[in-house]
Design a protein around this ligand. Structure first.
Ligand code: ASP
Length: 340
């Protein structure tokens, strides 16, 4: 029997059309385009249905409310389909992939995010291949998790980053091997597919608009400028540090700032600005202030995943201490724990 796949269209280039202001999604446009693609209606294709989100958005506008709407749309249809394909703009696709990875607990069916750099209305669109292969991956059911397919690679959703603004291989997961490579055949990496086991029936954890922040450290950063953001409202901050978790500490400027965040009870998660590798607090003295201030290592987690994880853990109603304890533990295969 043919597998049934739900295609959720959130917006993004794949279904955009030119407008006087530039490309934008148009409600009702994508359905007829997909219905007219012979590859999608032929005997090899799974059965699929399209659900269009309202409003359709450039993914720059997708945030917590839209993540919740997509998560709810999947959860409500969970038993009706064998898998899901989420069509999404590329700009924030990695953030949404991270958010859905956490929000959909105990997932046992594939949720594949994809999109394109060139709209389907253009001759050279990469959307056709991305969509068709994503549908097949969703129907095969081997990657029963939130993943992202783009340009020939299937990536773990909570490990993905957008690395190119114009390349057709726009995504990678620098600290984790692809779950599958789509060449002549779709070759899955069985070892890479391993992840923490589901602990119960599927569940949805809608996110709250938790006040969190991301601060990227740079040479010459004037920390005092950022001190006003460290109010008691801020519940978590992702600090993008140099290399293995280092910060400029020589002028003593950062520690008070960091200490203030700690005193306010904000969970300080340390990520690296490097594309590959991760944080190892204590390797250099330049990370000592972070450890002293009670910061937690994000290990090799991406900023995208760290942001999504903070939203998730706080939305579950956990205390700052509990959130801190879980930030450095793998919940969905989003990080490799530090070698100590
Ligand atoms: N700005 C578009 C979006 O993220 C880019 C894309 O889809 O490639 O919605």
């Amino acid at each position: 029997m043919k597998k049934r796949i739900c295609i959720l269209y959130t917006g993004g280039t794949i279904g955009m059309v030119p407008t006087p202001k530039g490309y934008a999604p148009r409600p009702g446009y994508l359905g007829p385009v997909l219905a007219a693609m012979p590859e999608l209606t032929g005997p090899e294709a799974p059965d699929w249905e399209l659900v269009e989100m309202d409003p359709l958005l450039d993914s720059s506008n997708i945030a917590v409310d839209e993540w919740n709407a997509v998560g709810r749309a999947i959860f409500e249809r969970y038993n009706d389909y064998d898998g899901f394909v989420v069509l999404h703009g590329t700009d924030t696709m990695a953030y949404t992939a991270g958010a859905l990875s956490f929000m959909l607990e105990n997932l046992q069916k594939p949720v594949v995010l994809t999109g394109s750099q060139i709209p389907l209305c253009r001759l050279r669109s990469d959307g056709r291949e991305n969509l068709i292969t994503s549908l097949i991956i969703a129907a095969q059911g081997k990657a029963a998790e939130v993943c992202l397919y783009f340009g020939g690679k299937l990536l773990r959703g909570c490990r993905a980053v957008k690395r190119s603004a114009d390349g057709l291989r726009a995504f990678s997961s620098p600290n984790y091997p692809p779950l599958a490579i789509a060449g002549v055949n779709i070759r899955y990496d069985e070892a890479a597919l391993c992840r923490p086991e589901p602990e119960g029936p599927p569940a949805l954890v809608p996110f709250d608009n938790v006040p969190i922040g991301v601060l990227k450290v740079f040479p010459g950063i004037q920390f005092d400028l950022f001190e006003p953001i460290m109010t008691s409202r801020l519940r978590g901050i992702v600090l993008e540090t140099f290399g293995a978790g280092n910060i400029p500490d020589t002028r003593g400027a950062l520690p008070p700032l960091i200490r203030k965040a700690g005193q306010n009870g904000a969970v300080l998660t340390v990520c690296s600005q490097c594309f590959e590798g991760g944080v190892l607090l204590g390797k250099y003295a330049a990370s000592a202030a972070l450890t002293a201030a009670g910061a937690v290592s994000g290990c090799d987690m991406t900023t995208e995943a760290a942001v999504a994880k903070l939203y998730y853990l706080f939305s579950k109603g956990l205390t700052a201490a509990e959130v801190k304890g879980l930030m450095c533990r793998s919940l969905r295969g989003e990080l490799t724990a530090e070698d100590t």
